[in-house]
Design a protein around this ligand. Structure first.
Ligand code: NDP
Ligand code: 2IT
Length: 449
């Protein structure tokens, strides 16, 4: 079969736009993958014939539900819950839950779509999914968060299972929320099904290194990128946006590898600390007190807080955007490159806009897409599932060694695939093509479903 590749790619994209109106982030994620897959369609006409890409762009199942709960003052609150079960070709749906007021179907779909390819790249047997709610945990008491989680799980439980769909954390969902969600799942089903959620507490089925995994993994990935260029983190200035789970442990590993993280942020602004971020203080402020990044600057003489503004104005050698989607635009990319930044590694999901990615490419800045660089979190979730399934518990050292190996493998796979498909150094293309090929082969093998 002869395939007019550019026409085919446009046709698939147009259909996604038509079928998913107004879902800008989902459109953006699909567009990026489609642009990479043109080279694949040129070589594999069977994927055009069997509409493999079209099938992967359509979620297997999308669940939207009401989440009613009562706040501490007795007022009734209504939120909306989502779970998009995107693709199960490689394993049970796997991906986090995000609790943030901005969450809508388009955001959950973009995240679920990215997750399919990310999870494939880990080499672990996990499909792609994502969920969440427009619930805002900020300023809520533990009791309110618990009641919300219990209501959320009261609907979601019927769609989950260790062989069906396995959620974890994301923005606004950490060990506290996973605990309440697990408790409610256990209560409703009368099953201690450890493998139904990952990111659990270490005393009841959680895996060592899962907490650190995404940030550590991004640093391991960056190290592999530098290694190709005969460099290392030693002596490098690093800027990490965000100050949540990914940012904190990204900074921790950067420091262990000899780099210095000099800035981090939250949604109210950023801090610059020329002496290097004090991790003990950062963890105290953000993890223990659930405070704001401005509190860090108040308690640290060498740090200053900039309200609002762009953290990307801070000069650095390496940038690790680890807050949220589209937080780094074309202008910020130009500023970073102009200030001498040479590596950009996405700790978050799709933090760089398409204009930013283009600017990095043109400026010769080495760029790693989130679906490769932040895959350490979900990879370690798969290791947690493995430990749960075998009723086993691994040491920190063993788990970290596995994570480091997985990240190096993902980097090599992306690097080699980019070369094989005629775009050496383009890790975006490498990640999309390598992830797609693995999923597509399984989709094909399973017949028309
Ligand atoms: P957390 O909730 O722990 O932290 C999120 C951080 O990002 C906070 O500092 C938060 O600031 C900031 N942030 C969130 N939304 C916005 C926004 N709209 N504008 C500005 N700042 C914002 O989340 P994680 O660290 O877990 O997640 C960060 C990113 O990494 C997300 O893109 C997530 O999808 C991705 N990711 C997470 C993984 C994980 O294992 N946790 C795995 C792979 C990717 P504030 O507190 O002010 O809201
Ligand atoms: O975006 C992600 O990969 C995550 N939030 C982690 C998902 C998981 O299942 O560990």
């Amino acid at each position: 079969m002869h395939v007019d590749v550019p026409a085919k790619v446009q046709e698939i994209y147009d259909a996604v736009l038509r079928r998913n109106p107004g879902e800008d982030e989902f459109h953006q994620a699909v567009r990026e993958v489609l642009d990479s897959l043109a080279v694949v369609l040129g070589r594999h006409s069977e994927y055009a014939e069997m509409k493999t890409i079209e099938r992967i762009c359509e979620p297997e199942r999308q669940i939207i539900f009401r989440v009613p709960w009562q706040d501490d003052s007795g007022e009734v609150q209504i939120n909306r819950g989502f779970r998009v079960e995107f693709n199960s070709a490689l394993g049970p749906y796997k991906g986090g839950l995000r609790f943030h007021p901005s969450v809508n179907l388009g955001i959950v779909k973009f995240l679920g779509f990215e997750q399919i390819f990310k999870n494939a790249l880990t080499g672990m047997p996990i499909g792609g999914g994502k969920g969440g709610s427009d619930f805002d945990p900020k300023g809520r008491s533990d009791a309110e968060v618990m009641r919300f989680c219990q209501s959320f799980m009261t609907e979601l439980y019927r769609h989950l299972g260790e062989y069906t769909d396995v959620p974890a954390g994301d923005i606004g969902v950490g060990a506290r929320e996973i605990g309440y969600l697990f408790g409610q799942y256990k209560r409703i089903t009368n099953r201690y099904e450890s493998g139904v959620l990952t990111g659990k507490g270490l005393g009841w089925g959680g895996a060592l290194v899962r907490t650190e995994a995404t940030g550590y993994g991004a640093a391991f990935f960056a190290e592999a990128m530098m290694d190709v260029r005969g460099e290392s983190f030693d002596g490098k200035r690093v800027v990490v946006s965000g100050s949540g789970n990914v940012a904190v442990y990204g900074i921790e590993k950067v420091h262990q590898m000899g780099g210095t993280a000099v800035a981090c942020s939250d949604s109210s602004g950023y801090v610059v600390d020329e002496k290097g971020i004090d991790l003990d203080l950062l963890k105290q402020v953000k993890e223990v007190e659930r405070g704001r990044i401005a509190d860090y600057a108040e308690r640290r003489g060498s740090a200053s807080f900039v309200a609002g503004g762009s953290i990307w104005d801070v000069p650095c050698d390496v940038a690790i955007p680890s807050a949220t989607q589209n937080e780094l635009d074309g202008d910020a990319a130009g500023t970073l490159a102009g200030n001498g930044c040479r590596y950009v590694v996405e700790g978050a999901n799709m933090p760089a806009t398409p204009a930013a990615v283009k600017a990095f490419r043109e400026a010769g800045v080495a760029f790693a897409p989130g679906k490769a660089a932040n895959a350490g979190g979900v990879a370690t979730s798969a290791l947690e599932m493995q430990q749960n399934a075998s009723r086993d518990r691994w040491t920190f050292e063993h788990s970290e060694a596995r994570l480091a190996e997985i990240m190096r493998d993902i980097h090599s796979r992306c690097h080699e695939t980019a070369e094989e498909y005629g775009s050496p150094g383009d890790l975006v293309l490498g990640a999309n093509v390598a992830g797609f090929l693995q999923v597509a082969e399984a989709v094909h093998a399973h017949g028309l479903i």
